[in-house]
Every structure is written in structure tokens, then in C-alpha cells.
Design a protein around this ligand. Structure first.
Ligand SMILES: [Zn+2]
Length: 275
């Protein structure tokens, strides 16, 4: 928020959004109310059928991330991005969830002498309820990544940690010379967790995408073992995975019995430049 002007623009007409009490209003009269928790809903009505993480998943994610298990991933994202940023970078977190990466990256940039402006968008109202409670000064909106309420070439940096790859929209909102940092899980990411729960286990397919209009500058691979000290942490991590929604009662029973586990966390952090 710059004075009363939101970083976001009107999802209907693209106009500037001004804060007017508990509402954001564009010059054409479209208005959007802030939820009690502090995020604004910029989802167009026809997108309303989409939904993301529900409240228990958000709670599990917040609990897991706040303990720093994925801190190495965040550190790699910031390390590859920083050499490409100017003094006051505009940062967009695509599929920001409960805002852990948004806030922590913002703080890392500040501690490195930058004056970032940060915005995050997610489809999940429950995730944004949690994100909006983060006091670091970023702005969050419920919106679709296929229709991002930001002006053309707004962003200097887009980060995407396991969110859908809406590259046309990302390209639209990214400046020329701006960078896109995408984190993807590698073949053996969380393989021990899968082995503990499922009878047959497959490694993840890993595809390094190439995008027209973007140059891949680097691919940083990180792999470390995370010690999950108790059953609750195991369950929290499991609920963050794509498998959580399609697990049978028998497999859930196996999950319930795990009290501690060492798991591989392995990622590629891909750095692209818009050319
Ligand atoms: Zn408007």
C-alpha cells in the first residue's frame, strides 16, 4: 500500500484501486471489501468455484513452515534472485498460501539493504486469512493466478513455490529483464514419507520447463534430510503434499502410526529472466 493506493489493480477494468475505509474502489466505481482478517477479495465471480487449501491444511502448513524446515529452499530462492534486483524491487508471490515465503523473502531483502514492495495472491480464503495477519507490510489478495490483479510489467521478481505455472500471466505482469524463480520438487522429494504410507511408490516426474520469452539462467539443486521429530510434524508435512487428498483410510492409518521420520527434501530452484 502506497498511501491509500493498493499495489493491486481492479480485476474488472484494470484501474487503480484506492483504499476507502474497509473497501478498495477504482475510478470506474468497482469496489471490493476487505475481509475482517485484512485481505481483499479480488476474485471475479465466475472464478468462485475454484478453491485452495482449507483451514486444517493452512494450519498444518503454517506450523510446518514456521519451524524452518524449508528455510534452505527460501535461502536459495533469495540467493539466486538478489543479484538481479534493483534497490526497490516489486515482488510477487504466485500462490502465496499463508504467506510464509512472502514475508520471509521480504525480510531477507530488507536485511540486504533493499526496499521491497511485496504482493501475494492465492485462491484460498483460509490461506489468506492467515497471510493477512502477517504484519510486515505486504499486500495479499484472493485472486486467480490466471487473472492476476496487477498491472502489466508491475513485478521485478515473481516467485512460485509449487503453485500452478500460469506463465502467460506471469509474463504479462513481469518487467522485461525481470526474473521468475520457480521451485519444483525433485524425483526423490519426500520419498521416505511416501514409502512409509504407500505400498507402491513412484518417484516424482521432473520436467524443467522452457518458456518462450524467457531465458533459463540457472538451475540450483538442493537436497537435505529433514528430521521430523514427532507424529504431528509428519502429518503436517503429509497434508501439504498433493497425495494428501487421495489417500485411502488404510494408508492414513499407517500415517497415524509414524512417530518420527527422516525425509529427503529435494528441490530445483529455476531462475528465468524475461527477455
Ligand atoms: Zn474497475
Amino acid at each position: 500500500m502506497n498511501g491509500n493506493i493498493s499495489v493491486f489493480c481492479c480485476p474488472v477494468c484494470g484501474g487503480e484501486l484506492n483504499k476507502d475505509g474497509k473497501t478498495l474502489r477504482c475510478p470506474s466505481g468497482h469496489c471490493y471489501d476487505y475481509a475482517k482478517s485484512g485481505y481483499v477479495n479480488l476474485l471475479m465471480s465466475q472464478q468462485g468455484r475454484l478453491h485452495g487449501d482449507d483451514r486444517p491444511m493452512v494450519r498444518a502448513r503454517t506450523s510446518f513452515l514456521s519451524r524452518g524446515y524449508y528455510r534452505p529452499l527460501l535461502d536459495t530462492i533469495s540467493a539466486v534472485a538478489i543479484p538481479h534486483l534493483s534497490k526497490a524491487p516489486r515482488v510477487f508471490d504466485a500462490g502465496c498460501g499463508e504467506g510464509w515465503y512472502t514475508e520471509e523473502l521480504h525480510k531477507i531483502l530488507q536485511s540486504n539493504g533493499f526496499s521491497p514492495e511485496s504482493a501475494g495472491v492465492d485462491i484460498s480464503r483460509d490461506a489468506l486469512t492467515a497471510a493477512a495477519k502477517r504484519p510486515f507490510g505486504g499486500e495479499f489478495a484472493v485472486a486467480s493466478l490466471y487473472h492476476i490483479p496487477l498491472k502489466d510489467q508491475w513485478a521485478d521478481l515473481i516467485i512460485n513455490v509449487f503453485a500452478p505455472d500460469c506463465i502467460e500471466e506471469f509474463s504479462r505482469i513481469l518487467k522485461y529483464g525481470g526474473i521468475y524463480v520457480k521451485a519444483i520438487p525433485l524425483e526423490d522429494h519426500l520419498i521416505e514419507l511416501k514409502r512409509a504410507v504407500y505400498d507402491s511408490v513412484y518417484e516424482n516426474d521432473v520436467v524443467i520447463p522452457s518458456y518462450s520469452g524467457f531465458e533459463l539462467l540457472s538451475n540450483s539443486i538442493l537436497r537435505n534430510i529433514i528430521h521430523l521429530p514427532d507424529g504431528e510434524t509428519v502429518k503436517n508435512l503429509f497434508s501439504m503434499t498433493p497425495y494428501a487428498r487421495k489417500t485411502s483410510p488404510d494408508d492414513v492409518a499407517k500415517l497415524e502410526k509414524i512417530t518420527t521420520l527422516d525425509v529427503t527434501a529435494s528441490f530445483s530452484v529455476l531462475l528465468y529472466k524475461k527477455v
